[in-house]
Structures are given as structure tokens and as C-alpha cells.
Ligand binder design. Structure first.
Ligand code: NAI
Length: 250
């Protein structure tokens, strides 16, 4: 078995209070990283930090801020800078799903979805890249989606927001490669989290039926791929989008 060791690596994960973000926090804690967990609910983040510190003996800091608001992101990174002058890994995971068929989409849905899923990736990445460059490089991992690659009915807004994350990943990877900051994305398929529990039982089954491996993915399946992209096992990998979808065909 390959062991990934991230001892002394400083890692910020957005949207870490549950789902894929919380699974990433656990995987990174198991690898010994120093964690900065973002979300909007400081009580939840503090509780998760306490649990991870106890189980894995790691340093963990709650860093609550709203990733959808540029000013809040700035303040969040100012707070981070007070805690550490070093950042090795940023996982841009926070995201929302708000489906609507064309004709039913509201400006508020568009604005909220793009602010949370897309604008946040640019704001967080640019502050993170500055910190990473100070210490010789780092790795940014963006959580995109299969919907951003192949689209889906009722998901023009969500799919657009995630396709943009892929475009941002590709552009940033070119811009930051010279300073040894790698930028990659994962594109999860259908993963069993609170987000997918929003679906009706019929839609849920329809999605499962479209997965070649015949089962829904777990948050830790995604976290394992994120961990690979964050670690030195992928030291020569940048500008890639890795599907974590069990062979899903939408
Ligand atoms: P989730 O809904 O369980 O977790 C999302 C996390 O993001 C929560 O911790 C939430 O508090 C946080 N968040 C949302 N808005 C935020 C904001 N404005 N500021 C700070 N934190 C905020 O969802 P899940 O399933 O864990 O999704 C994580 C990421 O994976 C999302 O970007 C999602 O689009 C993506 N994804 C999920 C898939 C799935 O099947 N569950 C499939 C493809 C992509």
C-alpha cells in the first residue's frame, strides 16, 4: 500500500463541514496535514477539528467565511495569514446545487450558484497562489463535476458553473506552473452526500442506473483522488481533470 505523508503541509479545504469536504479533511488528517477547515458554521467546524485532532493528533483550525463573497474571502485569508505564513494545498470544494429547467431559472439562482461554485475558486486561488509562491509552490485542487463536462437536463446553471471551474483550472495551471503551483480538478459523478439526497427517489435511481460500476460513489472515493492530486505522487501533474464517477454515462 502506498502511504501518503503530508506531515507539516498546511492545507485549506473549503466547504469542509460535511460531505466531500469533510471526507477530504479526514483523509488529509490521516496523512498528518495541518488543517484549516472552511465553511460557514463555526460550531460545526470546531467540532470536526476537535474530532480530527483527537483521532489523528493533528493541528486543525476552523476558518469560517462565506466563499461566495469576495470581501469575506479576503478577510478569511487575512485570518489565515495571521495563523500561518505558509500554504501548501488548497481544496476548492464548497459548492451548491440548485436545479431548474430552462424558463424557470431566476437571476438569484444564477448569481448564488456562480458566486459559490465559480467566483469562489478564482478568489480563493489567487490569495492561495500568493502564499504558495512564497514557499516554493503548492497544489490547488478544484472540485468540478461530471455535469460541467457533459451537461444534464435542468442543470444549465450548475453545469455552467462547473464547466467554468474546469476553464479556470486549465488557465491557472498554465499561469502558475512556472512558480511550481500545480492546479488540477476532480470531476465527481454521483456521490452519496447530503447534496444528492435532494433528489427524488426516481431521479436517484435513474442516476445510479447510469453508472457503469453499478453503484453510487462515496465521499471518501473523491477524497482519495484529491489527496493524490495534493501530494507529491502527482508532482508532475498539472492542468488535468480527473473523473471520479465509476464510469458514469449521463
Ligand atoms: P454538500 O452540500 O454535502 O457540502 C457542501 C459544502 O459546501 C457544505 O459544507 C456547505 O456548508 C459548504 N458551502 C456551501 N456554500 C458555501 C459558502 N458560500 N461558503 C462556505 N461554504 C459553503 O455537498 P457535497 O456533495 O459534499 O459537494 C461538495 C462539492 O462536490 C461541491 O462543489 C459539489 O458541487 C461537488 N460535487 C458533488 C457531487 C455529488 O454527487 N455529491 C457530484 C459532483 C460534484
Amino acid at each position: 500500500m502506498i502511504e501518503i505523508n503530508l506531515t507539516d503541509k498546511h492545507v485549506l479545504i473549503t466547504g469542509a463541514s460535511r460531505g466531500i469536504g469533510a471526507a477530504c479533511a479526514k483523509s488529509f488528517a490521516a496523512a498528518g496535514a495541518i488543517l484549516y477547515l472552511n465553511g460557514r458554521d463555526s460550531d460545526k467546524l470546531n467540532a470536526l477539528c476537535a474530532e480530527l485532532s483527537e483521532e489523528y493528533g493533528v493541528n486543525c483550525h476552523a476558518l469560517p467565511f462565506d466563499v461566495s463573497k469576495a470581501d469575506d474571502v479576503k478577510q478569511g485569508f487575512q485570518q489565515l495569514f495571521k495563523l500561518t505564513k505558509k500554504l501548501d494545498v488548497l481544496v476548492n470544494n464548497a459548492g451548491i446545487l440548485d436545479d431548474a429547467l430552462v424558463g424557470m431559472v431566476t437571476p438569484q439562482q444564477v448569481e448564488n450558484t456562480f458566486a459559490t461554485n465559480t467566483h469562489s475558486v478564482i478568489y480563493c486561488s489567487q490569495y492561495a497562489a500568493r502564499l504558495m509562491q512564497r514557499s516554493g509552490g503548492g497544489s490547488i485542487v478544484n472540485v468540478a463535476s461530471i455535469i460541467g463536462r457533459v451537461g444534464n437536463v435542468g442543470q444549465a446553471v450548475y453545469g455552467g458553473s462547473k464547466a467554468a471551474v474546469i476553464g479556470i483550472t486549465l488557465s491557472l495551471s498554465k499561469e502558475l506552473a512556472a512558480t511550481n503551483v500545480r492546479v488540477n480538478a476532480v470531476a465527481p459523478g454521483f456521490i452519496d452526500t447530503d447534496m444528492t439526497k435532494q433528489l427524488t427517489p426516481e431521479k436517484y435511481q435513474e442516476r445510479v442506473n447510469s453508472i457503469a460500476m453499478g453503484r453510487v460513489g462515496t465521499a471518501s472515493n473523491v477524497a482519495d483522488t484529491v489527496l493524490f492530486l495534493a501530494s507529491d505522487l502527482s508532482v508532475y501533474v498539472t492542468g488535468q481533470v480527473i473523473g471520479v464517477d465509476g464510469g458514469m454515462l449521463i
